[in-house]
Design a binder for this molecule. Structure first.
Ligand SMILES: NC(=O)c1ccc[n+]([C@@H]2O[C@H](COP(=O)([O-])OP(=O)(O)OC[C@H]3O[C@@H](n4cnc5c(N)ncnc54)[C@H](O)[C@@H]3O)[C@@H](O)[C@H]2O)c1
Length: 292
């Protein structure tokens, strides 16, 4: 792979493309930028591009203020760009796709990205739940494609799941371990089962917590406290669902219900709350209130 040495044993891709400059895409771009890569974010239109640019600039500013990087704001921003032109990704060594969790959209985007990349480039998806093998099916180089599942918020989340599809090469998995180390995070390698390791377990706990709330077992705060104080969870399952987004969790539950069976059936309360626009932190209300 074409790149520069940044950490012992880890080779950084010199140029990283991130497709979709939303919550996850900006966080991922920021992580690679701080690790020394040049970063291009691809957005769908000018408005979304301007938003992504602002969000990245703000994340960079915070890192400089907090002293998490020795480089200056202007220097870092000079190594980044937001574009709506897919051909700007042509010289990327690594692309991370982070568009919304929609199979048709991701399948289309991945094929279009692959078409502009060099044969030596690596292609990855930040999907939370979709099958890497399925996403790889129409690709010309499925051996160079894998899941690179980051967590929200990216800067403070140390885990990255590397998801190996049926046709992902061992070389791709080895390269991915290096990228994850290079950005200061810890990789786990997971085979391509629905929900991987994290979502499958995390969502089943959240769904049960919601059913407990429906049953009137305890208040949302007390159900969360049971897990935080009784089981040493850093955040309770209902608060975490608010942070992730009830709509995001519902989407994953529906997918896991279809693939893994009845135990992932979304509880009626979750469906009702999403329909009522109670999406958690981003809408100001979920299982808890989020005034800011
Ligand atoms: N939010 C989370 O907690 C979380 C955690 C891990 C993984 N993920 C996964 O990351 C992915 C992105 O999630 P998100 O929360 O960042 O979503 P988001 O809605 O915040 O961002 C998606 C971005 O993609 C852009 N986009 C849409 N269509 C596009 C196109 N054709 N070309 C370029 N850009 C396009 C949108 O404008 C938007 O900015 C999803 O697959 C999601 O499942 C999300």
């Amino acid at each position: 792979m074409n790149g520069v040495d940044l950490l012992a044993g880890a080779t950084a891709p010199a140029a990283v493309g991130v497709v979709g400059g939303g919550r996850m895409g900006v966080g991922i771009a920021h992580a690679f930028l701080l690790a020394g890569a040049r970063v291009q974010i691809l957005e769908r239109d000018d408005r979304a591009a301007a938003h992504a640019e602002q969000a990245l600039a703000s994340a960079v500013r915070q890192s400089v203020t907090r002293g998490t990087t020795e480089r200056g704001e202007a220097e870092l921003l000079a190594d980044s760009a937001v574009t709506i032109d897919i051909t700007a990704l042509a010289d990327a060594n690594l692309v991370v796709e982070a568009v919304p969790e929609d199979l048709a959209l991701k399948t289309d985007m991945l094929q279009r990205i692959e078409a502009v990349l060099a044969p030596s480039a690596w292609l990855t998806s930040n999907t939370s739940s979709l099958s890497i093998t399925l996403l790889a099916a129409p690709l010309r180089r499925p051996e160079r494609f894998l899941g690179l599942h980051f967590f929200n918020p990216v800067p403070s989340s140390t885990l990255v799941e590397i998801v190996q599809g049926e046709r992902t090469s061992e070389a791709a998995v080895d390269a991915a371990r290096n990228w994850v180390h290079m950005i200061g995070k810890n990789p786990i390698v997971v085979q391509d089962f629905p929900g991987f390791a994290s979502s499958r377990l995390g969502v089943v706990i959240a769904l049960e917590a919601i059913r407990m709330l429906e049953d009137g077992v305890a208040t949302a705060a007390d159900i969360d406290t049971a897990m935080v104080q009784g089981y040493k969870f850093p955040v309770g399952p209902l608060r975490l669902t608010d942070m992730v987004g009830l709509d995001v969790r519902l989407g994953i539950a529906e997918y896991l219900h279809g693939t893994l069976g009845e135990r992932f059936a979304p509880p009626p309360l979750l469906i009702e709350m999403v329909a009522a626009g109670k999406l958690g932190r981003k809408s100001g209300e979920g299982f808890f209130s989020w005034p800011d």
